[in-house]
Design a protein around this ligand. Structure first.
Ligand code: ACO
Length: 345
């Protein structure tokens, strides 16, 4: 049986920091309100020369170096994003233009659930034997679509990218189970209206064609609290494991209260939940792979550890999976190197 081990990981965030104090000067809010309601203290936002592509390429280079591979070794690039730099072509092709190579390249659109969904897609290509090495990236620059006069949304989001390399192994490593779901009827609770091919609506709503993210925070919160715990628990059961077998929860970093509810559902103490939303806010599709890369770089993940990855977001969509960490059984041509994973693009 073939599995898709995670053999490389990387992350990138822009250098520009937007603190709660900065937001206090922009909208009617306070550091106290933001921290107590969300847990977020600061986030990174793109500058004029940063892009979804530049962040993705930086994260991908780290992940490939960590795996001891270069772009010509990669068979497929899958990018999860809801903020591609262009409509045509795919973000994955823009990333390939930066990195080189001739791998297949396409995007997955599932908002904040995008990376876990793309991980499932990339893993399938390896498990079926179609490909041996897949680069999976989660990247978003939602700050480009946030209305910085709307205090209910502008405090939440940051920009970034995370990447992993998947490689074939016959040992049970990588994604052991997947839970994917969506409630499309709820799409208006979190969306960017008018940014698409439906021109009449676009023209009517946005004559200047500059759409902004709109969100019903309470509805999304209610949805998220339930679906994070439920889908994570389902993923654990599907992997044939119990909650006691789980070493680390790597959740989508949207809100500390939502993360706490998911952790409670799995019976996991705080120290077994990777949290970085205080520093990055909600980076959408980048959130889970950034957290994963940080946890790996910090030495918090050991061979054979069972991780739960879980995310929710616009769609309304959700995705969860159990990942068994480690590289056992992966054939290597060159030894992997330790790569500094981190910020600053
Ligand atoms: N500063 C101060 N007050 C604020 C702010 C702010 N930044 N934002 C809202 N308020 C006010 C509201 O106006 C409201 O005032 P009112 O009672 O006078 O009407 C009050 O605070 C409470 O508002 P709620 O919306 O009920 O606050 P809540 O506790 O639900 O927190 C939040 C809001 C943080 C947005 C929460 O609902 C949440 O996290 N929801 C989930 C959102 C989310 O995760 N979205 C991302 C999904 S991922 C993706 O796909 C992109």
């Amino acid at each position: 049986m073939r599995y898709a081990a995670i053999t490389g990981w990387g992350m990138a965030v822009p250098e520009r920091v937007l603190t709660n104090a900065d937001l206090e000067r922009m909208v009617d809010t306070s550091d106290e309100w933001i921290v107590s309601r969300t847990g977020i203290r600061e986030r990174r936002v793109v500058g004029p020369n940063d892009s979804t592509t530049s962040l993705s390429a930086a994260a991908a280079r780290q992940a490939m170096a960590q795996a001891g591979l270069d772009i010509d070794d990669i068979d497929l690039i899958v990018v999860a994003t809801c903020t591609p730099d262009q409509f045509l072509v795919s973000e994955a092709c823009l990333v390939q233009a930066e990195l080189g190579g001739r791998a297949g390249a396409f995007d997955i659109g599932a908002a904040c659930a995008g990376f876990v969904s793309a991980l499932a897609v990339g893993s399938q290509f390896i498990q079926t034997g179609a490909h041996d090495r897949v680069l999976v990236i989660g990247a978003d620059t939602l700050s480009r679509f946030v209305d910085y006069t709307d205090r209910s949304t502008c405090i939440l989001f940051g920009d970034g990218a995370g990447a992993v390399v998947l490689e074939a192994t016959e040992q049970p490593r990588g994604l052991l189970s997947t839970v994917l779901g969506a409630d499309g009827a709820g799409y208006k609770h979190l969306y960017i209206p008018g940014w698409g091919a439906f021109v009449p609506e676009t023209a009517e709503l946005f004559p200047e064609y500059r759409p902004h993210l709109q969100m019903n925070g309470r509805e999304v919160f209610r949805f998220a609290v339930n679906v994070m715990g439920d889908s994570a628990a389902e993923a654990v059961a599907k992997a044939g494991l119990s909650f006691a077998d789980i070493d680390m929860l790597i959740p989508h970093q949207a809100n500390q209260r939502i993360i706490d509810a998911a952790a409670r559902r799995l019976g996991l103490p705080r120290e077994r939940v990777w949290v970085n939303l205080d520093r990055y806010g909600n980076t959408s599709a980048a959130s889970v792979p950034i957290a994963l890369a940080e946890a790996a770089a910090a030495g918090a993940l050991q061979e054979e550890d069972n991780l739960v990855l879980v995310a929710f977001g616009g769609g309304l969509a959700w995705a969860a999976g159990v990942v068994r960490w480690g590289v056992a059984g992966v054939a290597r041509r060159v030894p992997a190197v330790e790569v500094a994973v981190g910020a600053g693009v």
